[in-house]
Design a protein around this ligand. Structure first.
Ligand SMILES: NC(=O)c1ccc[n+]([C@@H]2O[C@H](COP(=O)([O-])OP(=O)(O)OC[C@H]3O[C@@H](n4cnc5c(N)ncnc54)[C@H](OP(=O)(O)O)[C@@H]3O)[C@@H](O)[C@H]2O)c1
Length: 165
């Protein structure tokens, strides 16, 4: 299973506000997110899940929380104790791809622990206000496979360089 970080990142690396809101609305990027992730599991943090207002259609959600007894009364969402557990369950479900879908704490852990094989980042062509940022990463550790330029953002597809490369 390929483990893919997907995120929309402002020029100043902001991805969201501390209250869970996204600081911008770019419908074309939502469309790209939907088209890319449809049918595949999403692994995300509890705050990101709660900001969605419910599971996104057509995709199983694995929601990481450390809270004792935290439950989501929806069959499309499974609470997991860690990002790693979410990825393991996604793999056991037979998925070929799983998307690590935020927020900041989950992206940070994925990169620190080397849990992602690929990244699909929508780099917005503007700065944004917000407290939550996408982590710095070592550009040399990632190969740019493809760039897709849109009006308000550019989608960059990265693959992790491995020792065997
Ligand atoms: N621009 C984008 O592409 C994008 C994508 C997604 C989200 N966002 C934004 O990101 C922001 C949310 O990010 P965030 O960092 O504040 O929150 P988050 O990562 O969505 O969720 C944090 C919560 O996830 C749980 N968690 C995190 N790491 C865990 C671990 N290793 N094991 C178990 N549980 C873990 C904890 O839940 P408990 O507190 O329940 O223990 C933690 O409080 C929002 O503003 C959202 O809009 C932006």
């Amino acid at each position: 299973m390929r483990r893919i970080v997907i995120a929309a990142v402002a020029r100043n690396r902001v991805i969201g506000r501390a209250n869970g809101e996204m600081p911008w609305r770019v419908p074309e990027d939502f469309k790209h997110f939907k088209r890319t992730t449809m049918g595949s599991p999403l692994v995300m943090g509890r705050k990101t899940f709660e900001s969605l207002g419910g599971p996104l259609p057509g995709r199983p959600h694995y929601v990481a929380s450390r809270r004792e007894g935290y439950a989501i009364p929806h069959e499309a969402a499974t609470v997991v104790g860690s990002l790693e557990e979410g990825l393991r369950l996604a793999e056991e479900s037979g998925a070929e791809r799983a998307f690590i879908s935020g927020g900041g704490s989950i992206y940070r852990r994925a990169l620190e622990r080397d849990l992602a094989d690929e990244m699909i980042l929508s780099w917005m062509k503007f700065d944004a206000e917000g407290e939550i940022t996408f982590p710095e990463f070592d550009e040399r550790a990632w190969r740019t496979e493809r760039r897709d330029d849109r009006d308000e953002f550019e989608i960059v597809y990265y693959t992790k360089r491995r020792a065997s490369d």
